[in-house]
Design a protein around this ligand. Structure first.
Ligand code: GTP
Ligand code: MG
Length: 368
């Protein structure tokens, strides 16, 4: 399995180390006893001795929970998940507020708005989930940890400021994640607004607007006057309909931690976006090195939920520990949860200890 050292090959082949090294030399490889030999070289070497070398499949990682395969018939339509990205102060939060106010306040009467980092709005009878991770740091962190949560990215560009460094970063992140981008040119109410200049700049970064013969949807908006907000929502629905987003609601839940913290009274509190399956009260869950049973679930309007189907953001209580943003949360049977969480914890400890050892060795060398 993996590359083997000359010493290991010698014992596997039942030949002297010197013999192995000589053969390698003939093959043009100068190797010492502890040198690793790749699989190609090892198989050529093996054939010299009349031995077939086979690569073993990688060992199963006990800290990973195997993914459930969903059959195509099990998949049902699910709401899109949208992330708002863009440069500092270009109006991401204001735009989110405008979207919420125009579409959720009516249903929200009496409810206390919770900050759970994600929320669902209802537009023309269709649900859309917005990730309130303004600034793309959270998005980057999640992507770096392999979590793919976004179906559509809204790129907010202030019409009075234009494309800025973080705008370009956001474009690159969305492209790397292969997420379609809808541009919202914000602050068009401002006297200094110059939407044409923004369009020109976007073109320079590979986003050619439809009006200019490209395929990027650009919507001029104002979070202040609410101009263009309905058009933006319509475009989001249009783009996500094309994607034909589906998930199987009838299986154990799979989701991503959006954010998490330790609450004095309630213990670890995690905002979770359920992506597949349905999360129920009482389910045994594992996220990173944390595990537990779902004690309570609350949505962003402060309402208690008994179950959370795909594309539902919920605040989950009942975990043993605070997971990290981007951790995958899965519902499993209880013994699996405990065993996997323990193995993950042990691995984290060894990783940390290796880190410490590495640092001290490096320190030592730097002092010599
Ligand atoms: P960060 O989270 O700090 O990156 O900023 P943001 O992108 O969330 O911007 P935010 O919504 O906080 O808005 C920044 C400033 O721009 C605030 O003073 C807003 O009032 C203002 N602003 C946002 N949208 C508009 C708009 O449509 N028109 C005008 N005139 N001002 C706006
Ligand atoms: Mg903000």
């Amino acid at each position: 399995d993996g590359p083997a050292t000359v010493k290991e090959l010698s014992s596997k082949f039942g030949r002297e180390v010197s013999e192995i090294i000589k053969k390698l030399m003939v093959l043009g490889v100068m190797a010492g006893i502890n040198q690793e030999v790749d699989i190609e070289t090892a198989s050529i070497l093996g054939s010299e001795f009349g031995i077939t070398v086979e690569e073993l499949p990688p060992a199963e990682d006990p800290t990973e929970i195997p993914e459930i395969e969903d059959s195509p018939e099990s998949l049902l339509p699910r709401p899109p998940v949208v992330t708002i990205m863009g440069h500092v102060d270009h109006g991401k939060t204001s735009l989110l507020d405008a979207i919420r106010q125009t579409n959720v306040t009516a249903q929200e009467a009496g409810g206390i708005t919770q900050h759970i980092g994600a929320y669902q709005v209802n537009y023309q009878g269709k649900k859309v989930v917005f990730l309130d991770t303004p600034g793309h740091e959270a998005f980057t962190a999640m992507r770096a940890r392999g979590a793919q949560v976004t179906d559509v990215a809204i790129l907010v560009v202030a019409a009075d400021d234009g494309v800025m460094p973080q705008t370009i970063e956001a474009i690159n992140h969305a492209k790397a994640a292969k997420v379609p981008i809808i541009v919202a040119v914000n602050k068009i109410d401002r006297p200094e607004a110059n939407p044409d200049r923004v369009t020109q700049q976007l073109t320079e970064h590979g986003l050619v607007p439809e009006q200019w013969g490209g395929d990027t949807i650009v919507v001029p908006v104002s979070a202040h006057t609410k101009a263009g907000i309905s058009e933006l929502l319509e475009m989001i629905l249009l783009v996500s309909e094309v994607q034909d987003l589906k998930a199987n609601p009838n299986r154990l839940a799979y989701g991503t931690i959006i954010e998490a913290q330790l609450d004095k009274g309630r213990g670890p509190v995690a905002s979770v976006l359920v992506q597949k399956g349905t999360l129920h009260i009482g389910d045994t869950i594992i996220a990173g090195t944390a595990f537990g049973k779902v004690r309570a679930m609350v949505n962003e309007r402060g309402e208690k939920l008994k179950k959370a189907p795909p594309s539902t953001p919920v605040e989950v209580l009942g975990l043993s520990d605070v997971p990290q943003a981007g951790d995958i949360l899965v519902a499993v049977d209880e013994s699996t949860a405990r065993a996997v969480a323990e193995k993950r914890f042990a691995k984290k400890r060894t990783d940390e200890m290796n880190q410490v050892q590495k640092v001290s060795l490096d320190d030592l060398f730097s002092q010599i």
